[in-house]
Design a binder for this molecule. Structure first.
Ligand code: PBG
Length: 326
């Protein structure tokens, strides 16, 4: 045998040694499970482009949460699906005391006080224009949007949210929301900012789920250009300075370099959103027998952790928990 001082394969020889030398781990505690709520009772309707993911009415959602928490999932993010009749130009429904979304938040906090409850702060589920901000003459107007997002944020905090997730990409919204929360007595409510949110094709299945696609144009005047890296640093710096507790990158897999960049540059936890289209791709290929879905899922999530994300929002959370529970 020839003498080789370095044989990296020695560290891969047995399963135990491979585990001993494993640099990155993936645990259920790293995951946030996104869920969709809609009006009505007894409803559990599967989203066609997201096999295994459902829209729940509040009653079935609470049942689902028993299963979710029994699996050891500790954090969820809730999104609402509203009928057209509840939408208007200024997202009025988003801060009505008795609206579906706020009722759901209160009911969840009441039944599951230990579950970390994350929300979405953006106008699109309530907007007749299907945009994340206020639209005037075809333009998404930044500063008017902030006022609406602020009301929405305070209402969500009041309803029991632990972490607010501004996903709208308006300028200055993190600082605006932070200031309002503090002045209203919610200094303990966290902000996970969608800091580098790209104008992506991978949100398609989510917009189907919520029927929230833009009614005209696209989201390119507020979401980021997929070609840009330095702009992500700027967005992250602003959100950091404005008081964000977490910086999020979205989508995850096509933007692993951005996750690493933010993790290298900011000393607060980085999160990544493994979005609907990323989920759909793995599910579709797996259903066709083209890839091993379970292995592909674990590999994809591990790569997001390896890039530097501490927390991952993923529709795969239950499946990971099921595997880890043995
Ligand atoms: C919108 C919002 C989107 C997602 C989360 N919040 C879609 C969009 O920006 O159009 C996407 C999540 C996913 O695709 O899983 N405020």
């Amino acid at each position: 045998m020839i003498h080789l001082p370095r044989r990296p394969r020695r560290n891969r020889r047995t399963a135990a040694i491979r585990e001993l030398t494993q640099e990155t781990t993936l645990s259920v505690s790293d995951l946030i499970f996104p869920l969709f709520v809609l009006e009505g009772t007894g409803i559990k309707s599967e989203i066609k482009s997201m096999p295994g993911i459902f829209r729940f009415s509040l009653d079935t959602l609470l049942e689902e949460l028993h299963e979710v928490t029994d699996l050891g999932i500790k954090s969820i993010c809730l999104f609402p699906n509203y009928p057209e009749s509840k939408k208007d130009k200024i997202a009025t429904e988003s801060y009505q005391q008795n609206t579906l979304y706020l009722n759901a938040l209160r009911a969840i906090k009441d039944r599951f006080p230990d579950l970390t409850l994350m929300t979405d702060v953006a106008m699109d589920p309530y907007s007749s224009d299907g945009h994340d901000g206020y639209v005037e003459n075809g333009e998404i107007v930044n500063d008017i949007s902030l006022e609406i997002l602020g009301k929405m944020a305070v209402a969500q905090a009041k309803a029991g949210a632990d972490i607010l997730g501004p996903s709208d990409m308006m300028d200055g919204r993190v600082g605006y929301i932070r200031q309002l929360l503090d002045s209203e007595g919610y200094s303990n409510v966290s902000i996970m900012s969608y800091s580098a949110k790209y104008a992506s094709a991978f949100y398609g299945p989510f917009r189907d789920a919520l029927n929230s696609a833009p009614r005209f144009g696209d989201k390119k005047t507020y979401q980021m250009n997929p070609a840009n890296v330095r702009e992500a640093l700027l967005e992250a710096q602003l959100d950091f300075d404005e008081g964000a507790d977490f910086l999020m990158v979205k989508p995850a897999l096509p933007y692993l370099d951005i996750i690493k960049l933010l993790n290298d540059n900011f000393n607060i936890p980085i999160a990544a959103y493994n979005v609907s289209g990323e989920y759909a791709m793995i599910k579709a290929a797996s259903q066709n027998g083209w890839i091993d879905g379970e292995r592909a899922m674990l590999e994809a999530l591990m790569s997001i952790r390896r890039a530097g994300a501490k927390a991952i929002l993923t529709y795969f959370a239950k499946e990971v928990a099921q595997i880890q529970n043995g």
